[in-house]
Design a protein around this ligand. Sequence first.
Ligand SMILES: Nc1ncnc2c1ncn2[C@@H]1O[C@H](COP(=O)(O)OP(=O)(O)OP(=O)(O)O)[C@@H](O)[C@H]1O
Ligand SMILES: [Mg+2]
Length: 287
Amino acid sequence: MTEPTARPDGYPGSPPARPAGPGASAGPTLGGLEVVEASVAFAGHRVVDRVSLAIRPGTILGLVGESGSGKTTLARAIVGSVALAGGSIRLDGSDLGRRRSSAERRAVQLVQQDPFASLNPLLTVGQVLDDLLREERLTSATEPGGRRPRLARQQRAADLLALVGLPSDALGRYPREFSGGQRQLIAIARALAVQPRVLVADEPTSSLDVSVQRTVLDVIAGLGRGMHLATLLISHDLSVVHAVCDEVAVMRDGVLLELAPAGRFFRHPGHPYSRALLEAVPRLPGR
Ligand SMILES: Nc1ncnc2c1ncn2[C@@H]1O[C@H](COP(=O)(O)OP(=O)(O)OP(=O)(O)O)[C@@H](O)[C@H]1O
Ligand SMILES: [Mg+2]
């Protein structure tokens, strides 16, 4: 099942299967995110059609497909911003129903393509993070006694920025004072502030200058693995998927055509459409 790594970045081709945890049944309860026969329809037309996939904690699934194939719609279904017409989205074996609790909403975070649109221009980075940390009461609930929550929140905000590689003086600055790449890093820090289990990144580097794309991708991949998140990385750029993903899913016209470990996908794509996608890429390292 698992291909040995041949990729230059040192990431494994696909992690070994984890043994089932206590209480695991013979069913497909794996931990992490499961999308089971999920469908989404707009005006009676299915733009996501019975898609099933699973992403285990600490792994990254790359979702590719041409424009209009339903990638963003599937992402929106996973984060709960669009209703399913059928099927289910499960987190650690529990159904994330149509009306999600605030804990369930926190658990599944979205990083969008455009960091300009996703950050409030009127708030400093510190205010953005502090509002989240205060609202969710994460810090006061998890901080050992004796520290004032406000100071603890400030420390946590600085820690989050450090995680994504930004200096703590960024806390006092406004989104407009940052480059696109830095803004995307702030959006990632914001997503991580609420301690999610699932990170959905929808074309997170495609609006960025080439020089910072790799940095942002490495932050998403490194933190996704390090924090044991189930990460869905949507991209139409196969070189991005090749660089960091453990598995690859291909969609066309709302349908999942192929789902395979990355090593196998890039060496022996199973579906003719996957082969056509790969042939359209000039060259990928190690192929
Ligand atoms: N809110 C909506 N109402 C009606 N149709 C929609 C809506 N959102 C998306 N669609 C349609 O659903 C289909 C899938 O769109 P989606 O944005 O999911 O594709 P995508 O794979 O993310 O494309 P891209 O690569 O261009 O981002 C398209 O035909 C789109 O026009
Ligand atoms: Mg899209």
